[in-house]
Design a protein around this ligand. Structure first.
Ligand SMILES: [Zn+2]
Length: 1154
């Protein structure tokens, strides 16, 4: 790859300076080494238990855990040393080569051919606290802390605030779940609209009153119902700083199961709404109820222009540790980002919950007395049995001192005497009396504080911005800096061994449907945007008769329904049954409506003579090749009736990469021919049986598969006709059941039995890249061999988890498997079916509860390098059971493995014996891997679920869970609405033998090949066909791009923005969202993929979509708010327009396509 001259010049300069640089570098690294050794010793001393107490019977356990702590500490030390040695080695090498961009020595030949990955690797390891290290350090012993049960006794002298008075902001909030026990509309009617109506009245009464609001889904619904006068009142409250919109997302999103596409999309939907209707942009994030927190969300918030954020559901032991270290406020940093530009100020709430008893101070029995909604005679009371008292002249002094004591104790947990005290709970402030009770009583207490300056407290109602402004002001005045932290906050536990890892899997059917809608939405957004651009290019305007406005509204509906489902009781699977059906119906309708947009956009794009276009929704020209009949149904392929007349088949490739894909449709004939309509070239085909039952072949329907070569973002046209009998290659089948011969007959396919001799050996399939071996008894995978010669044992097993016999059992949120762990799945020997064909071969095992298929594609390019695994699970007849698929391998991964966070980044996990089994489960939204010095085993998934690696070399995912009881987190039911549920994966084994191991690195990315595989898996081609009973017009393929985008640049979205002058209509502007992936160098795809990549941290926007051009393009914040547009980008209006885009970075542009 050519290196532009400008970089060479820089390198020469760098070389000139290298002598000095080396001295500084080595000196710096040495200093760091000494410092971190020092810190490790310090930590180890801190981990010594105090021996003054009498440990009696627990002594042995304590000694063991002490030993374990020491070993953990030593291990840490070793890792840390390895890291330092590697850093030193790297810096010497970099020096020797005179610069980082130059090719690297012979030991890293592979890296030389992959310059892009260096950028990802070079990034220095981020400084500050790593959460993984905190987990290694903590004993997780859960001692009783007294009034603050999970914490400790807080003490103060009383004179701490004499110089700097305590500044307190009481922040009224109402947590409105967009669906949980009631549906979104149900809550809106019963509660939310009253809350918002009363807010207008009650905030208007007194300018000192404040309120924050987070969920734009609710706010926008209410806005649509109120008159202009009320809207003006809202604007006045916002301008006066009495009402603050926080986060501004469509919902308060789940951060474990959601994919970053959907997380960003719902944030964009909310922010776009706020800009349009209120002209504001949020500056503070508020996430008090999601069950654990992810740095991917913070990256998006920072990218959207937010400066501060509040989080709440964090493991109680981590909270306590942070409180002890006074690090509850910190700069949250992306592990991979050394520029620190992604840092965001984060406030972690210290106590158990976000309700009033757990926010004023450490003692809930006291704080509850200051929740004036619970005044005697009301609907709710204090479970600690000391009721609140209305504040009167008589009791105000005593009450104020009691409250001040809590405030002061809480304040001792923070570095700066500015205190954030939330005042609210779920669906609060419904009735106007509640507003009066809270605001009037608190105002009396505040007035008392004001009248007594000797108490050194200034308390008032505030918003988050009020709080954070005061915090930043005091931080800079005292030159105090906040500590930095990297990592994530999974897996959450709120008490004891109650780990919230169940919701990573609950309602897996809908978790999968979520991703189906997500890929449908992205594909439709892009196709629709390209269609409008093409129309404008050819006609100067939109085509009359093309329902652009209706389609745009379907897109908005799709965005909003996907957005709603990202709610922390939506995709999490923690809503009541009717609420789940409501979400499912929304997802289902959104998919159907988006398909209409795809069909008519494709129709217009494909027509040679555009004058022939006409739109008739009741009789569309194109239709999708499958039908989804209901929200809880799986898609069914529609059989294509073949004859001698060609049927038109359209394949849309929604990815930015050229790809070879196997397209499968169901046809009426066992012989068929597929030709490319442009070249008239016949495509390689394979006919396979359609299995109605494990032992029954359909005699009417046949699966036709062919290999399609699909240019990026293209629509390709194929003609399918009936072929002469016996002319089409067919799959052959070997069918076997251990101990019980199956009897199956078919007139069209060759079926044979496994002969006795074969039944003793392995079943085997292979393509040019790899070979697999499976057990003849179960059909399950046992071993893999790559063409490089690398052999790995990878055994697939199924197991069951039950639930504990204790009172608290597994439910929608919690995973409480109890002692003993998973039990092997045992059943009748399965029916095993081996199919072989020219395009793909597979082995299917039909167990009672799962049909499991492992498929190998006989493809030339990288698509043939992974194994496709699919499961169809049915546990509807089970009681309190969870079905798990486990891979047992000989990869020496020790206790380390990696799972992705929201499909955006990889996070190292450490399986810790000191934690219960359920704590070692983590969310996996799209990928997970294990590795050692020889190989990496990556499991890419098309849906979110729980993953763990409980033993070295193991990786397991939970497929479905059926639980009969509630787990006491408010839902009031179990999860028993299981359905026939599919799951889909690609398994990728990669050779790492040419790589030098750099021990203990916590930042690791997927390989380039894994990224490309994941892209194919998550964004499958979309198949449409033309109605058979119409006169076929002339069609030509749509090929918008000359070439693929760079391999590491993902087109996240091309989203048409709403017209400013016309609500509900599309504008000419699109949001272009690019994500440059970070990838690691250890395994270069061979042969190299067809796409290219660059070592430079920039992309040329003029080349990227060639021949498409941008008439204008302007970089913006991630949610496309106008005032985030970069002022410098105006200069960039002339070509070549370059945009800086480093590895891992997402960039958003506001553009007009020419
Ligand atoms: Zn909630």
């Amino acid at each position: 790859m050519a290196v532009p001259s400008i970089v060479c010049k820089n390198m020469t300069k760098r070389e000139m300076k290298s002598g000095r640089a080396l001295a500084v570098l080595v000196g710096g690294v040495f200093f760091l080494a000494v410092m971190s050794l020092y810190r490790m010793l310090d930590l180890m001393q801190g981990a010594e238990p105090q021996l003054s107490r009498d440990w009696s019977g627990e002594r042995f356990d304590q000694d063991l855990s002490r030993l374990r702590n020491k070993i953990d500490g030593l291990e840490q030390l070793l890792i840390s040393n390895n890291r330092m040695v590697a850093t030193l080695r790297d810096s010497l090498r970099i020096h020797k080569q005179g610069g980082v961009n130059k090719s690297i020595g012979s030991s890293h030949v592979r890296k030389e051919s992959l310059p892009g990955c260096q950028l990802a690797e070079q990034k220095e390891r981020s400084a500050g606290v790593q959460l993984l290290d905190v987990y290694d350090l903590l004993p997780f012993d859960n001692p009783d802390g007294g009034a603050w049960k999970q914490g400790f006794q807080i003490t103060y002298q009383g004179n701490e605030w004499a110089e700097q008075p305590l500044e307190l902001f009481l922040v009224p909030h109402s947590h409105n779940d967009p669906g949980w026990l009631k549906t979104f509309d149900g809550y809106y009617q019963d509660q939310t609209r009253h809350i918002l109506n009363n807010m207008l009245l009650k905030l208007g009464e007194d300018s000192r009153r404040k309120m924050i609001w987070a969920e734009i889904s609710y706010f926008s619904k209410w806005w649509n119902e109120i008159d202009e006068q009320k809207r003006m009142m809202v604007k006045r409250l916002v301008e006066a700083g009495q009402l603050e919109m926080v986060t501004g997302g469509w919902v308060m999103a789940d951060e474990a199961n959601s994919h970053y596409f959907a997380l960003l999309d719902q944030l964009m939907e909310g922010h776009q709404w706020l800009q349009r209707h209120l002209g504001l942009k949020p500056s503070s994030g508020w996430a008090i109820d999601p069950f654990g927190h992810s740095p991917s969300m913070t990256y998006l918030l920072k990218g959207a222009g937010l400066r501060n954020m509040v989080i709440q559901r964090i493991h109680y032991a981590v909270k306590k540790h942070f409180a002890q270290k006074k690090t509850l406020e910190f700069l949250w940093r992306q592990s991979w980002d050394s520029s620190h530009s992604s840092d965001i100020t984060c406030h972690m709430m210290p106590f158990y919950s976000y309700d009033v008893p757990h926010t004023c101070g450490p003692n809930p029995a006291v704080c509850c007395q200051f929740d004036f909604y619970r005044l005697p005679g009301g609907r709710t009371s204090c479970p600690w049995r000391i009721p609140p008292q209305p504040i009167t002249e008589k009791n105000v002094k005593e009450r104020a001192h009691v409250l001040l004591d809590q405030y002061r104790q809480k304040s001792r947990l923070f570095r700066i005497p500015v205190l954030l005290v939330p005042l609210g709970d779920d669906f609060r402030y419904v009735e106007s009396g509640e507003w009066d009770a809270q605001f009037n009583n608190y105002q009396k207490l505040f007035d008392y504080f004001d009248q007594h300056p000797e108490l050194h407290i200034k308390a008032r109602f505030g918003t988050l911005s009020d709080y954070f402004s005061a915090l930043h002001r005091r931080l800079s005045a005292t030159e105090t800096s906040l500590p930095t932290l990297s990592g994530d906050f999974f897996t959450y536990a709120d008490r004891d061994d109650h780990y919230w890892s169940g919701y990573y899997t609950s309602r897996p059917f809908y978790k999968r449907l979520d991703r189906a809608l997500e890929s449908t939405l992205r594909a439709t957004e892009i196709l629709f945007s390209l269609t409008l651009a093409e129309m404008r290019r050819f006609h100067g305007d939109l085509v009359v008769g093309f329902p652009a406005r209706e389609h745009f509204q379907r897109l908005v509906e799709g965005r909003r329904n996907l957005g709603l489902f990202q709610h922390h009781d939506g995709i999490t699977g923690t809503g009541r049954d009717p609420v789940v059906v409501d979400y499912g119906t929304r997802l289902f309708h959104a998919i159907l409506h988006l398909r209409q947009v795809q069909q008519s956009s494709a129709h217009w794009l494909l027509l040679l003579d555009k004058n022939q276009y006409h739109h008739d929704q009741s009789k569309p020209f194109l239709q999708t090749d499958d039908v989804i009949s209901a929200q809880d149904a799986l898609p069914q392929k529609t059989p294509l009736v073949l004859s001698d007349e060609p049927r038109v088949l359209i394949v849309y490739n929604p990815t930015e990469q050229r790809r070879s894909s196997v397209i499968s449709v169901v046809v009426s004939s066992p012989d068929a021919r597929v030709v490319d309509s442009e070249t008239a070239q016949p495509m390689p085909v394979q006919i396979s049986a359609v299995w109605v039952e494990p032992q029954q072949v359909s005699s009417q329907a046949f699966q036709l598969s062919f290999v399609a070569e699909l240019p990026p973002l293209s629509l390709t046209v194929y003609h399918v006709t009936k072929a002469p009998a016996g002319s089409t290659p067919r799959s052959t089948y070997v069918i076997h059941r251990h101990g019980n011969r199956p009897s199956i007959a078919s007139q069209h396919f060759q079926l044979s039995r496994l002969e006795a001799a074969e039944a003793q050996t392995h079943l085997s399939l292979s393509n040019k890249h790899l070979q697999i071996w499976s057990s003849p008894e179960t059909g399950l995978l046992q071993k893999l061999r790559l063409s490089s010669g690398l052999v790995r044992r990878v055994q697939v097993k199924f197991l069951w988890y039950g639930t504990t016999t204790n009172r608290d059992k597994s439910g929608a949120y919690l995973f409480l498997p109890g002692q003993g762990g998973a039990q092997p799945y045992s059943s009748e020997p399965p029916l095993v079916r081996v199919s072989r064909g020219p395009i793909f071969s597979d082995i299917t095992s039909c167990f009672q509860h799962v049909t499991h298929t492992v498929r190998l594609f006989h493809l030339e390019g990288h698509s043939g390098k992974s194994i496709e695994i699919s499961n169809m699970v049915d546990i509807r007849a089970e009681t309190n059971r969870e079905l798990v698929m486990r891979l047992e391998s000989d990869v020496a991964s020790s206790n380390r493995f990696y799972t992705d966070l929201n499909g955006f980044q990889m996070q190292q996990r450490r399986t810790l014996k000191k934690l219960p089994l359920q704590a070692n489960f983590y969310p996996m939204s799209s990928s997970s891997f294990l590795q050692d010095s020889l190989s990496r085993l990556t499991l890419l998934s098309a849906q979110s679920q729980a993953a763990a690696s409980l033993q070295s070399g193991e990786l397991e995912v939970i497929l479905d869970r059926r639980l009969q009881q509630d787990d006491n987190r408010g839902l009031g039911q179990g999860v028993t609405d299981n359905k026939l549920t599919g799951s889909l994966y690609h398994l990728l084994l990669e050779d790492r033998r040419a790589v030098q191991e750099v021990g203990g690195a916590t930042i690791d990315h997927l390989s380039l090949l894994a990224h490309l595989e994941s892209l194919s898996l998550c964004h499958p081609p979309i198949i449409m066909f033309a109605q058979s009973d119409i006169q076929l017009p002339k069609l030509r393929p749509f090929l918008p791009l000359h070439s693929s985008l760079p391999c590491d640049v993902h087109l996240l979205n091309l989203r048409t923005l709403e017209a400013e002058e016309e609500t509900g209509a599309p504008s000419q502007e699109v949001a272009l969202l690019l994500h440059r992936k970070g990838f690691e160098c250890s395994s270069a795809p061979e042969p190299p993929p067809q796409c290219t990549w660059s070592a430079h941290e920039e992309v040329n926007l003029d080349d990227l979509f060639s021949p498409l051009q941008f008439r204008s393009i302007r970089r913006s914040g991630l949610t496309l708010l106008r005032d985030h547009d970069e002022p410098t980008s105006a200069r960039q209006q002339q070509p070549p327009r370059l945009a800086k885009l480093g590895p891992m970075e997402i960039a958003a542009f506001r553009a007009v396509l020419d």
